[in-house]
Design a protein around this ligand. Structure first.
Ligand code: UDX
Length: 456
């Protein structure tokens, strides 16, 4: 099929490249000329494992364009994957989606059939809004009755750092359409994924025991809600275990053991039960805020979703408070923060708990040094104006420091030489905000170790 993807962020670029690899002819559109130039040279604009290799493997099936009209003319399917930034009231701003829909409609040809799928995370009811925008433009062009556009909702569930994995081996594909038959174009688009009838890229083998994904064909409003409900539930799971972690610290239990025991119940499952600094990134914070904004618009309260956010943001303060207690105040202390990205395997620092820890520490008068294996540039931009020192090497960062906070569970931090690191410190205090390090090992190496929700 001919596919146009509007927007080359994480979602657009990953999906577009994967579809090109699967044999579709894909044109990805972006307005940013600097980005386009990089993309045309085969370089990815986002740090995502395997993406550049896959772009190379996709060959001529993948191309890039600046003009939406040009890209959509011959397309069968158009995927809208533009950003929906957060408004001040928490709502997702759909301006970009509407603008994209207008431009798409300007480029559609008379007498053709198109499927326009909204992949961006949008407030419930956006599919209706997009349909109207398209209809208005086609009407103004005098081609409304001669062009068929099926507008559907097709939320994505990509995880940064595993985006290609999530695209090739999804748990489910959700399509929300007014008429069930409107989902057929997307069924065709994703057929090779649904049937797993493709040769996996050499660096991304099909996981053993992977079951064919379900196509959830539903109405557009429910599809939009599935996305919000999924993210709200996952973030709630993390907040729940973080709340339990706080109590574990009080009563002397180990939350990693509790999570293991709890997660073995298949009704609960082991995923998303890692206690620590909590969730950040481009989705959970924004989507939970948007969900609450939708509820408010309907004069409905959602105390569980609200509490999940509250517990999440409390984690960032708790870490600093623990440090204050142990060091008897952080004012004037030299503290190192390991990790800036909101999670490992990405350079994304959006809403990263690590950044807030840095901000709170600086606010409370600490001298702060930071390190991240890949997110230094983004961290520098996000922390601009704040007195923070950036270090390329964790050992140099530790030199003379009075405490370290492990804020992102990068695998390379697990392999640090703990004894050497402790030897560099003025006082070897380690606050493991992600429960990455083995407490016993840390203590043997000379550290005063504090995890999250672990008394050992
Ligand atoms: C998430 C959803 O998983 C994905 O389906 C959706 O499409 C976009 O949002 P992502 O933001 O990339 O994906 O990251 P994810 O791996 O889900 O982690 C989100 C945050 O939760 C990270 O800050 C991570 O550190 C934190 N987390 C995750 C925990 O604190 N504990 C856990 O057990 C799992």
């Amino acid at each position: 099929m001919n596919v146009a993807v509007i927007g080359t962020g994480y979602v657009g670029l990953t999906t577009g490249t994967a579809l090109a690899y699967l044999g579709h002819r894909v044109t990805c559109v972006d307005k940013d000329t600097a980005k386009l130039e990089l993309l045309c040279r085969g370089r990815s604009t986002v740090h995502e494992q395997g993406l550049e290799e896959l772009m190379a493997l996709s060959g001529r099936n993948l191309s890039f364009a600046r003009q939406t009209q040009e890209a959509v003319k011959d397309a069968d399917v158009i995927l809208v994957a533009v950003g929906t930034p957060q408004k001040s009231n928490g709502e997702a701003n759909t301006q970009n989606v509407e603008a994209a829909a207008r431009e798409v409609a300007e480029g559609l040809e008379k007498g053709r059939l198109y499927c326009l799928a909204v992949k961006s995370t949008v407030p419930v009811g956006t599919e209706r809004q997009v349909s109207q925008v398209v209809r208005r433009v086609l009407d103004a062009r005098g081609v409304e009755d001669k062009t068929t556009v099926m507008v559907v909702s097709n939320p994505e569930f990509l995880r940064e750092g595993r985006a290609l994995h999530c695209t090739f081996y999804p748990d489910r594909i959700v399509v929300g359409a007014e008429q069930p038959e409107d989902a057929d174009m997307l069924r065709r688009l994703y057929q090779r994924i649904l049937e797993q009838s493709f040769d996996p890229p050499p660096f991304l083998p099909r996981p053993g025991g992977y079951n064919l994904p379900t196509l959830v064909s539903t109405d557009p409003t429910s599809a939009e809600m599935i996305k919000y409900a999924s993210n709200a539930f996952l973030s709630l799971k993390i907040s729940f275990i973080n709340e339990i972690a706080g109590l574990c610290e009080k009563v002397g239990a180990d939350v990693t053991e509790v999570a293991r025991g709890v997660g073995l119940d298949p009704r609960i499952g082991p995923g998303f039960l890692a206690a620590g600094l909590g969730w950040g990134g481009s989705c959970f914070p924004k989507d939970t805020a948007a969900l609450l904004a939708i509820a408010e618009e309907h004069a409905y309260t959602m105390p569980i979703a609200a509490a999940s956010r509250e517990v999440n943001f409390r984690q960032r303060y708790r870490v600093v408070e623990k440090l204050q207690e142990t060091l008897k105040g952080v004012r004037g202390r030299l503290i190192g923060v390991l990790g800036l990205a909101f999670k490992p395997a990405t350079d994304d620092v959006r809403e990263s708990p690590a950044l807030d820890v840095v901000r709170i520490l600086v606010e409370r008068g600490a001298r702060v040094r930071v390190h991240d294996p890949v997110a230094m540039d983004n961290g520098r931009r996000a922390l601009e104006g704040l007195e923070v020192e950036f270090f390329r090497d964790p050992y140099t960062l530790a030199s003379g420091a009075e405490a370290l906070v492990l804020a992102t569970e990068w695998p390379q931090y697990r392999h640090l030489d703990l004894a050497r690191l402790a030897g560099m410190m003025r006082t070897p205090v380690l606050l493991d905000g992600r429960n990455l390090i083995d407490p016993e090992e840390a203590r043997r190496a000379g550290w005063t170790y504090m995890g999250t929700g672990r008394w050992v």
